[in-house]
Design a protein around this ligand. Structure first.
Ligand code: PGA
Length: 248
């Protein structure tokens, strides 16, 4: 499974080294990295510090976003190749907060996924419906449309596809869909990727994952891991999630 921590805009410089030191220690004690991929995604300005703090561990580094172009006059942006150079193996792409606050549409997200693959950084594509789309019953259409846009631009089926299903209404709210609802969408995502010819696929769930609910989420067959926000920057929570994964 994948256990991916999305720190969002959290943590000062001192936190990065002390917290990652603690996570590395806990992960070693649990032996979790021998079983699962544990990935931490701190803010981009701390990626180098984070990489240093992970030295001699099996914990991996990810970023929260990349630009869709390789280089150029894009003030404030970071290219996927730059992430690669500072040690990132993964990059989150199309998070709902990027879609909402930075106006990222499906076409741009598809281009970012392509840019990540080109730089040899594994994209973690986020998809998910709003509360209104859940209530109107169009959630599957929404998620499948978001994925279809990415598949249209990314046709190399030898690549691994990691998709995080994150219902927007579950992010940071404490609300979590039922096990059946998570399974319905994650199974549909597996089916969509299989029919597109992708064999290496991981479907993660994200949205208010915590120590108290991760056991039942790990037990869902169609779920291959979790993308965790708030609980990934809380040592007790994150350690409990890593521990639960070792017995899942
Ligand atoms: P949350 O965030 O775990 O705090 O709900 C998840 C995410 O946004 O990836």
């Amino acid at each position: 499974m994948y256990l991916i921590g999305n720190w969002k805009m959290t943590g000062d410089r001192a936190f990065v080294s002390s917290y990652i030191g603690d996570v590395v220690g806990a992960a070693k004690d649990l032996g979790v990295c021998e079983q699962h991929d544990v990935v931490l995604c701190p803010p981009s300005v701390w990626l180098s510090d984070a990489f240093t703090a992970m030295t001699n561990s099996l914990v991996k580094l990810g970023a929260q976003d990349c630009h869709d172009q390789e280089k150029g006059a894009y003030t404030g942006n970071v290219a996927a190749a730059m992430l690669k150079e500072v040690g990132c193996e993964y990059v989150i792409v199309g998070h709902s907060e990027r879609r909402e606050y930075h106006g990222e549409d499906d076409a741009l997200v598809a281009a970012k996924v392509a840019a990540a693959y080109k730089a040899d950084v594994q994209p973690v594509l986020c998809v998910g419906e709003s509360q209104a789309q859940r209530e109107s019953g169009e959630y599957l259409d929404v998620v499948q449309r978001q994925i279809a846009a990415v598949l249209a631009e990314n046709t190399d089926t030898s690549k691994e596809m990691i998709i995080a299903y994150e219902p927007i209404w579950a992010i940071g709210t404490g609300l979590v869909p039922s096990v059946g609802d998570i399974d319905e969408v994650c199974s549909a995502i597996h089916a969509q990727l299989a029919s597109a010819g992708f064999a290496k696929v991981a479907v993660l769930y994200g949205g208010s994952v915590k120590a108290g609910n991760c056991d039942e989420i790990f037990a869902i067959n169609s779920v291959n891991g979790v993308l965790v926000g708030g609980a990934s920057v809380d040592l007790q929570q994150w350690t409990a999630i890593m521990k639960a994964a070792t017995t899942a």
